[in-house]
Design a protein around this ligand. Structure first.
Ligand code: FEO
Length: 409
């Protein structure tokens, strides 16, 4: 990959995690994702974030640094915005090549630098708002933005060019190739990165939405001309687009999110499945968009993204051994971890000899502040009565969602 000049004396270095890998060892990235680092050059040179400890990534980053005639030996500062190893995995070996390099990070990151990398000397804990003058007009300013998405996170702002290096914030999944700036993308590519930003947000950032809102507030007074995140494209023409998107995604924590409904269902022998079509017909009769997933077949990372932005959720699952259908229990567990809160919810499903899924669902989602419609449950195979009810509940949920979230687009 080529080094890209993003402003005078400021460069992006990037690698791509290829499709087929899992991000954080969990999340599917069928279209990959990028990891971006930045070099800022004045009289002194700083590198902002590195890459993970993987031979081909380090080889690529080294080659890109060579293009700029930069190497660990002539870098003065490493700015550690975030210690997650996708950005710091190379730090231990990188610093060994030049032990006089000074590391700038938050106070909370100091312990992580020690425990992940064994580095304790020349680690400078920043004060919020502190500056570092690199010479030739290049001045870096540091802002603590805790819990976006680790507690030690900060962002760095380059004052002369007004560039915000936001690390994981304002990032997205999706490989970045030759077009690295927002103004180089087609409409389709913008649509792609919008979807990938939402999925990235729902998977990685969502549970910290309160802190995203606090971080956005902290940055309000800053004149930002460009946003350069650690994953995804650089926002040069319209940085406000990604700021507005993140602000909107964060607001979904409290609801109402979008007037859409995500239907998640699982079925053992087809008895619960028979009502899926009826529910969806009911929803569509009110012209509300529906996203549909089957568990355990479909991917939780995608389910989370659509559930996060939907005001309504439908859960179709049978009782299994007196409890929830296990793949759905897994989805509910992830919803709790990621705080998929304040939704309007309808559940349906069959049972064999006894119910139990309903009770477990109610108790396990108490903290999610979900508002439930009356469920539809039946023993064995569903009859026409259940199918009719399913259609009506789908319709009712769609009407409630329209009322609740109608103005949210
Ligand atoms: Fe991209 Fe939280 O690391």
């Amino acid at each position: 990959m080529k080094t890209v000049k993003i402003a005078d004396g400021i460069f992006r270095l990037g690698i791509n995690i290829e499709p087929g890998n899992l991000f954080e060892g969990i999340w599917s990235i069928p279209d990959g994702t990028s990891i971006n680092s930045y070099i800022v050059r004045g009289d002194k040179t700083a590198v902002l974030d590195l890459t993970q400890d993987q031979e081909d990534f380090i080889g690529s980053m080294t080659a890109q640094m060579d293009d700029l005639k930069v190497s660990p030996e002539n870098i003065d500062y490493i700015i550690v915005n975030h210690m997650e190893p996708d950005h710091s995995g190379w730090l231990r070996e990188f610093r060994k090549k030049n032990p006089s390099m000074e590391i700038f990070c938050t106070k909370k990151a100091v312990a992580l630098v020690e425990h992940f990398c064994g580095i304790t000397d020349k680690v400078h804990p920043i004060e919020n708002g502190e500056t570092l003058d690199l010479g030739q007009g290049k001045v870096l300013q540091f802002f603590e933005t805790p819990n976006i998405h680790w507690p030690e996170t900060m962002m760095t702002y380059e004052q002369s060019e007004k560039i915000l290096f936001a690390c994981d914030a304002f990032g997205s999944y999706g490989k970045v190739e030759d077009a690295v700036f927002d103004d180089q993308l087609s409409d389709d590519e913008h649509d792609f990165f919008e979807k990938e930003a939402l999925r990235y947000y729902a998977n990685i950032v969502a549970s910290f939405s309160v802190f995203v809102e606090r971080g956005l507030k902290k940055l309000e007074g800053l004149d930002i001309r460009m946003i350069a995140p650690s994953h995804g494209i650089i926002w040069r023409e319209n940085p406000s687009v990604i700021v507005e998107r993140y602000s909107r995604y964060a607001s979904y924590l409290k609801g109402p999110a979008c007037p859409e409904i995500t239907v998640i269902w699982g079925s053992m022998y087809g008895n619960t499945q028979q009502l899926v079509t009826e529910v969806i017909k009911g929803i569509r009769s009110e012209k509300i968009p529906v996203h549909q997933y089957r568990v355990p077949e479909d991917d939780i990372g995608f389910i989370l993204a659509d559930a996060w932005k939907s005001a309504g959720i439908v859960l179709g699952m049978p009782t299994y051994e007196y409890q929830m259908f296990p793949p759905m229990a897994h989805v509910i567990d992830d919803f709790k971890r990621k705080k998929v809160q304040n939704k309007k919810v309808f559940r349906f499903g069959s049972f064999g000899w006894s119910g139990g899924a309903e009770k477990e669902l109610e108790t396990s989602t108490e903290k999610l502040k979900w508002e439930f419609l009356e469920s539809v449950e039946w023993q064995g195979a569903p009859g026409e009565k259940e199918k009719k009810k399913a259609f009506e509940r789908g319709q009712e949920l769609a009407r409630i969602v329209k009322e609740f979230a109608g103005k949210s687009y």
